[in-house]
Design a protein around this ligand. Structure first.
Ligand SMILES: Cc1cc2nc3c(=O)[nH]c(=O)nc-3n(C[C@H](O)[C@H](O)[C@H](O)COP(=O)(O)OP(=O)(O)OC[C@H]3O[C@@H](n4cnc5c(N)ncnc54)[C@H](O)[C@@H]3O)c2cc1C
Length: 559
């Protein structure tokens, strides 16, 4: 079938729903497409909180400086200024919509400290902040009359005369493909954590939005900047929120020493994530860990604080490794957590492809540069989600509806038919995906070098060849998850290649890009963003844009 709307938003996480709400408030006819029920989006898993300079003695300039320094000076400072200046209004608006943020003994909004921040400016709801924001926003979009195509899986963007005019999506319930035509599309399809193993991200975080936009012609920016979170649970990779360290938890080596004093004597455990993850990796490599982990010690916080402010991670550690963090330290190690790079946008979500906007983790505005500060991502989703929705609603006023797209729909139907028709032989998607993700962790993880990256590039070529023989285990139409897994794997291979190519190009160490063969930051040559544009049948086109510096000149970065 064919459906027509003014604005179609791909993704019902915080960025997508915030964009949809704003576009609807601005008078547009808006639809949201999501491969899972909206409240199951990964935003739901966000634990620690959201940053805003609201408190007395704090200022948005201080928040902006911390963000720019955290980013190792790769963030565009004009965009950071927008985000930090608008943060207080956006966060307070959520309170007015119904989010019950933590309040202190005096009844005022209370904060917790987070890494890389010079002030405690993280607002939170226990350790379920994302869930609280997401549920409230879902209420709001229903109230605003936004149409939700729930459990619909986007397979391709529709581009006509050089502009994005909709998408094709698979209704999981019936197995049918539909064409959603629009005057503008907002890509808010979230991160790509499953490119790595282990990762803190949900299984649905397969980077579909990066690949859909890239294949449609939009440029990807700074894809080498992949964040490892310092505290993921041994074994499973579940996140142990940074809020634990924000509340005062220590990181210990096997002898009980707080090793961070060697790496960040001032901020200790609350240095930025790239710094803490590297410190842990170094300690573990030097034999100072225990079975490949270090220890997260919360015992001195006491039972009351742990159960009141960190109940979820307390339960996860107990359930998954049988450790009660009130009594014993928890083994943790760095794990892939977040993608700083993404679809290049300006501060209104405008991408390099007319008619296509992007917001949230899939976008690169760029406010996180080489390393994102904890609790700045939820903020990014709501500030730039709102701005994209507003701008898109204005843009569509001057766009006439299209009547095209049916040939793309037929081509997609044929592509999926051919995938389903593959015989039961060859490879499983699960094997190829695991090989890809473990290779990314091994060769394109915390530390990188030319030889490892070249080997990863060859590896991706081999995995692509294997992908051609992956078969779809389920041949039925209704809720065919096997088919979706195979499509997702195709997206992951595209993104993996973009990450490796960008990491090879950036011959310096900055933020999350730590090249052991180029250990220094090189501002003379590399104060610039790397852009990749898809070129069918050959290597992606590479271009560069300078970093926008407004008021903070790059300095040596210590914590
Ligand atoms: C465990 C964890 C804890 C975190 N804690 C914090 C925190 O405390 N503070 C903070 O600031 N950040 C945190 N982050 C990061 C932050 O949560 C995410 O970056 C942010 O929520 C991403 O929001 P989003 O709206 O961009 O995407 P998501 O919430 O991931 O939503 C993506 C949406 O896209 C849809 N989608 C994807 N592909 C398709 C497709 N092909 N077709 C149709 N729909 C599709 C999905 O269904 C989903 O609705 C955390 C992340 C994790 C993983």
């Amino acid at each position: 079938m064919i459906f027509d709307h003014d604005v179609v938003v791909v993704g019902a996480g915080l960025a997508g729903m915030r964009a949809a709400l704003e576009a609807a408030r601005s008078g547009a006819d808006v639809a949201v497409v999501s491969k899972v029920h909206p409240v199951r989006s990964h935003s739901n898993a966000a634990q620690g909180g959201i940053n805003a300079a609201i408190g007395e003695g704090d200022s948005w300039e201080s928040h902006a400086f911390d963000t720019v320094k955290g980013a190792d000076y790769l963030a565009d400072q004009d965009a950071v200024e927008v985000m930090c200046e608008e943060a207080p209004t956006d966060v307070i608006e959520f309170e007015h919509m119904g989010v019950i943020f933590y309040r202190d003994a005096e009844g005022k909004l209370g904060t917790r400290a987070f890494g890389g921040a010079s002030q405690a400016r993280t607002y939170f709801v226990g350790d379920i902040t994302g869930q609280a924001l997401l549920m409230t926003l879902y209420d709001q979009i229903l109230k605003a009359g936004v149409k939700v195509y729930e459990e619909w899986f986007g397979t391709a963007l529709f581009v006509e005369d050089g502009a994005c005019r909709g998408m094709v999506a698979l209704d999981s319930l019936t197995g049918e493909l539909h064409l959603l035509r629009a005057k503008a599309v907002i890509d808010a399809a979230g991160g790509c954590g499953r490119l790595y193993e282990p990762s803190t991200n949900a299984l649905i975080c397969t980077g579909d939005g990066y690949a859909l936009a890239y294949r449609a012609g939009a440029a990807l920016m700074d894809m080498e900047m992949v964040q490892y979170h310092p505290t993921t649970l041994a074994g499973s990779g579940f996140l142990m929120t940074e809020a634990a360290r924000g509340e005062g938890a220590f990181l210990l080596d096997k002898n009980g020493g707080r090793f961070m004093k060697k790496y960040a004597p001032n901020k200790m455990e609350l240095a930025s994530r790239d710094v803490v993850s590297r410190a842990e990796a170094t300690e573990i490599a030097q034999g100072n860990g225990i079975d490949g982990n270090v220890l997260l010690d919360l015992r001195h916080l006491g039972r009351d604080v742990i159960l009141k402010k960190l109940p979820q991670i307390h339960e996860v550690a107990l359930d998954y490794i049988g450790i009660d963090m009130v009594e014993k330290p928890v083994p943790v190690r760095p794990g892939m957590h977040y993608m700083m790079g993404g679809v290049k946008t300006d501060v209104n979500g405008v991408t390099t492809l007319p008619g296509l906007y992007a917001a949230g983790e899939v976008a690169c505005v760029s406010v996180h540069g080489g390393n994102r500060l904890g609790a700045n991502s939820l903020l990014d989703t709501i500030v730039f989600g709102r701005r994209s929705g507003k701008h898109a609603a204005q843009y569509v006023k001057n766009v006439t509806p299209t009547t095209g797209g049916e040939s793309l729909l037929r081509a997609e139907q044929e592509r999926l038919r051919a995938l389903l028709a593959r015989p039961y032989k060859g490879e499983t998607h699960a094997r190829v995906r695991l090989d890809l993700a473990t290779m990314m962790d091994r060769n394109v993880g915390i530390y990188r070098d030319e030889a490892g990256l070249q080997s990863a590039l060859r590896g991706i070529g081999e995995l692509r060849a294997r992908y051609e023989s992956v078969w779809v285990g389920d041949k039925s139409r209704v809720f065919n998850q096997a088919l979706q897994f195979v499509l997702e794997l195709g997206y992951l291979l595209d993104i993996g290649e973009a990450v490796v190519r960008s990491a090879l190009l950036r011959t310096e160490s900055r933020g999350a890009q730590s090249r052991t063969d180029y250990p220094e930051r090189n501002d003379t040559e590399w104060l610039k963003h790397i852009l990749l544009t898809y070129t069918p049948g050959s290597e992606p086109a590479v271009s560069y844009v300078p970093v926008t510096i407004t008021r903070w000149k790059p300095e040596v970065r210590t914590y």
